[in-house]
Structures are given as C-alpha cells and as structure tokens.
Design a binder for this molecule. Structure first.
Ligand SMILES: NC(=O)CC[C@H](N)C(=O)O
Length: 368
C-alpha cells in the first residue's frame, strides 16, 4: 500500500497514456513491452520466468506481495521481468515461511516498479489497444523527456531475446542411469519444466541456445525437448535451423510455448504477434484427441498462424483455446513430435495438463 513517504513515479505508454503513482522496488527508470497477467497467485514464479524477459508486467490482482518471497519458489536464478505495475504492492507479508518482503526482493533484483495505478483501467486499455512499449520512472518526472527515452525502445516484434537468458554452459539433471535421456534446448527454460521431466525419471542435459544438433547428439539422447523463452520466435534463425535438424532425427520431441512456436516454424508454419497475448492461470483449452477441457497456465504474446496450420498436410491440431479458438497444440503426422502453446508444468496454476509430460516419457520409452 502506498504511503506519503514514498517517491512519486510515472508510467507512460507508447500511445501517450500517462498514469501517476508511487515508486516501489528500485528508484530509477525502466522500459519494455507492457502486458498483463490475470493470475491471482504465483507472483514470484511469474517474475522469475525467463519468458517475461523484456516485459513490464501489470498484475491484475489488486494486492501483490502479501505472502512475501520464498527463496525456492523461483523459476530461474533471478527476477526476469523488466518492471512491475500494481494497484497495491505490499511491503508487509504474513507467511511465516517467507524469507523476505516483495519490496526487498525487487530492490535486490534492481526492478523499477510503480504502484497506486488504476490497474483495472490500464488492463482494459491494453486489452483494447493491444501490446505496446512503456516506460516507468521514479527519477525522471517530465513526460516529454520520458517520451524521448521511450522512442528508443525496440518493438518486441522481431526481437531475439532467448540467447540472453539461456544457460552459458551445458549441465545435467536427474538420474544418469535412466533409460530416458532428453537433450533440452534451453531458450530460457522454467526450472519446473525440467523438474517435471526429472520427477518422471528422466536424465536431462540442458544445452545453451546456440547449440547445434551435433552437440546434442554427443549426449546420445533418445528424446529432445524445446523450451519456452522470451522474444519473437521468428527472429531465431539459429534455433529454427537446429529444430529442423532435430526433427530429421525422428526421435520423440516435445516443445512448450516458444518451443511450440519453433516446432511450427521448423515445419514451415509462420507465427504472428498477437493483439495482447494470453497471460494467466485460467485459460480453457480443449484437447481435440480426448475431447476433454483443461484449465491452463499461459504466457505468450506470439501465436502459430491457424490458416497455415490447417493447410499444412503434415501437421495436426491437437488443442484449441476455448476463449478465442487460437491454436494451443499441434503434432506432426510424420514424426513423433508434439507441442503446446501453454505451460503444462503450471507453476503457478492448475495441474490439469501435466499428463503431457507422462505422454512424452511414454513416447520415448516406446521409441527406444
Ligand atoms: N512462454 C513462452 O515461451 C513465450 C513465448 C514467446 N516469447 C511469446 O511471447 O509468445
């Protein structure tokens, strides 16, 4: 909750919209693409998800921070969002197990934030006008000066960001004696995606973004995983080339979110920038194979082109979004490869879709 002692802060959007509020986290200036997350819980997992790198997040929930911060509730080693916008960002927290307050955590991670903003109004605005860049500042309070800074920020459309959050060195996880060996292409993976595979007995080797098929093959994998990550998938020529080579191996391959988009691009299907994307914990998806509905966790601003998918002879649509009919899952007809646009590891979120990890492990065992 804002107090009279807090410094002023300003939020300026690319279309000229201005919101005034109070500074939270680091005092400074930050820029990025504005987007909103409708989830009511799981803020720490959201802030540490590398897919959000380069983005400034509006949290729809009116209170953020009430249960503090816990060191192990993270999806990567640091906060990856570029900035945070909230109605009430809380310094006080009530969970005994928490290690720190949200404010301390955001300051430690150098994240510039603004609170006291009418987030309902702002979310409706972004929902109507679409994704755009924005700037938050608690040090420059002159709108004209902020406009000049904001004009320098590149559009998310066409931006390659995955190589900035990928691991620098390859590393392994899980039981080295496992019969299931998965080579992971890390474009900014969430830790719990890897954990979901390790929990099912897999041995993983996680490779830096620019690794080639030959690097992966040196691990003798019997399955390949293509991770989630930030930025525009169409700007990732190096990854599209590697995923094409991976598909030619005809080994079980699974992609999540950015990995789904790369699987489509490597199969000759384009992606596109969505109007304002999907970010939250309650997106209904229908599995067209089983006829069942799943409530899913989502975080994406790009999508796979539905017209091109329906024309492609080698690709089958397996999942659709029940809110807007967008493509949520595909599988290849001529290769043991499948992918989903949403996040089945669901940290945070409902566990309805974790069966996809079981399916992947089963597919690998069958193909051995
Ligand atoms: N969660 C993700 O992997 C996001 C993928 C991609 N950066 C998008 O915004 O669509």
């Amino acid at each position: 909750m804002s107090t009279p002692l807090q410094k002023q802060a300003i939020l300026l959007l690319e279309d000229g919209t201005v919101h005034y509020g109070k500074a939270f986290g680091k005092i400074g200036t930050t820029t990025g693409e504005i987007c909103f997350n409708t989830g009511m819980t799981g803020y720490q997992e959201v802030f540490t998800d590398p897919s959000y790198y380069g983005q400034i997040i509006i949290m729809n929930n009116v209170h953020v921070g009430n249960y503090g911060i816990k060191d192990d509730e993270v999806e990567s080693d640091s906060v990856k969002i570029r900035g945070l916008i909230g109605r009430n960002l809380e310094e006080q927290y009530s969970r005994k197990l928490a290690n720190a307050s949200l404010d301390t955590y955001l300051q430690m991670n150098n994240i510039v934030c603004i609170e006291g903003v009418d987030t309902r109004d702002l979310v409706i605005h972004v929902r109507q006008k679409g994704a755009m860049n924005c700037i938050i500042s608690s040090e420059i309070l002159d709108v004209e000066e902020l406009k000049k800074e904001l004009a320098k920020v590149p559009s998310m459309d066409g931006l390659e960001l995955a190589s900035k959050v990928s691991t620098n060195e390859a590393y392994t996880m899980g039981d080295p004696n496992s019969e299931v060996r998965i080579a992971v292409l890390d474009y900014g993976t969430k830790q719990h995606i890897l954990q979901c595979m390790v929990d099912r007995g897999a041995h993983l080797k996680v490779f830096p973004a620019k690794s080639k098929l030959a690097d992966l093959k040196a691990f003798s994998p019997n399955g390949y995983f293509i991770s989630n990550g930030p930025g525009d998938p169409a700007a990732m020529d190096y990854a599209i080339a590697t995923v094409k080579d991976v598909l030619n191996e005809s080994k079980p391959t699974f992609g999540i979110c950015l990995g789904h988009q790369l699987l489509a691009l490597a199969s000759g299907i384009n992606t596109f920038k969505m109007h304002h994307g999907h970010r939250g914990l309650n997106h209904p998806v229908k599995n067209l194979i089983t006829g069942k509905c799943e409530v899913t966790t989502q975080n994406h601003g790009f999508g796979v082109d539905p017209k091109e998918v329906s024309k492609a002879t080698n690709v089958e649509i397996t999942h659709v979004n029940l809110n807007d009919d967008s493509i949520e899952g595909i599988r290849l007809k001529d290769r043991p490869a499948f992918s989903v646009q949403y996040h089945p590891e669901s940290t945070p979120g409902p566990h309805d879709s974790r069966y996809l990890f079981d399916d992947f492990i089963e597919l690998i065992k069958k193909h051995k």
